[in-house]
Write a protein that binds this ligand. Structure first.
Ligand SMILES: [Zn+2]
Length: 251
């Protein structure tokens, strides 16, 4: 059976001299692994269409227990990423997260829309990289069902405080008084950073990436979201470590 779908190449692996194995986050079938015959031939449109982090229109053949790519035509290659190693390394972390967290064998349009928007903003430097990272991480993990509880202090119910403490391994928020009294360990976030964190989870998708936050507050926020996703998924991401080395992160 053949079907057409649009999708993003999350990972590729060379098979011999001519062929590739690719992992696609597809609109219609979620993450699928497919064989792409002849995709290493640079004269073939399949070559560009199956490049890493390229968004393409695919024609896929579904065999009994495997998929193969018949056609791949690039729609968006995010060329801005290709000349910026730091942005590219962050994009590869996004791809690793998608590989681990996006569903397989079912529709995944929301996930695809999220990662395409993040890559577009990153490739065009439309937002600070850490802001894109926080939005992507928090919205992705929320889509998979791990919703943090950011509405109020988990202990006393206060909604706002000058500083609140986010606990990555529970996804709960505490006001500083309760956290100090109870000895809660977590990431200390000033009021503006808490507002931004709530926005990444609760805002309408159209407004997701649109907020203003001082650069120095993005660092702790980004640390909070990456710890949350790592503890919820019980996994460390090598691509994240690489990005942090490149970007000189102190967190
Ligand atoms: Zn409290």
């Amino acid at each position: 059976m053949r079907f057409k779908t649009k999708g993003l190449i999350l990972k590729q692996q060379n098979i011999g001299e001519r062929d590739k194995l690719v992992w696609i986050l597809s609109d219609s079938h979620g993450v699928l692994r497919a064989f792409a015959r002849g995709a290493k031939n640079i004269k073939s449109p399949k070559c560009a269409g199956t490049g890493l982090l390229v968004y393409s229109q695919f024609s896929v053949f579904e065999g009994r227990d495997s998929y193969s790519v018949d056609e791949a035509v690039a729609i968006e290659q995010f060329v801005g990423l290709r000349s910026d190693i730091e942005a590219m390394s962050l994009a590869q972390y996004f791809a690793e997260l998608c590989l681990n967290l996006c569903p397989a064998g079912q529709e995944a349009g929301e996930y695809l829309r999220l990662v395409l928007n993040a890559l577009y903003l990153l490739a065009h430097h439309k937002r600070p990289a850490l802001q894109i990272k926080v939005c992507f991480e928090m919205r992705l993990i929320a889509l998979t069902g791990y919703l943090p509880d950011l509405v109020m202090c988990a202990e006393c119910g206060v909604y706002e405080s000058d500083e609140m403490i986010f606990v990555p391994h529970t996804g709960k928020l505490y006001c500083s008084e309760c956290a100090d009294r109870m000895g809660v360990q977590g990431v200390r976030l000033p009021r503006a950073a808490v507002t931004a964190l709530r926005h990444t989870v609760y805002a309408d998708f159209e407004k997701l990436f649109s907020f203003e936050l001082k650069e120095e507050l993005l660092e702790p926020l980004s640390f909070a979201s990456e710890r949350y996703i790592a503890t919820m998924t019980q996994k460390d991401y090598p691509t994240l470590q690489f990005y942090k080395q490149l970007s000189g992160s102190l967190w």
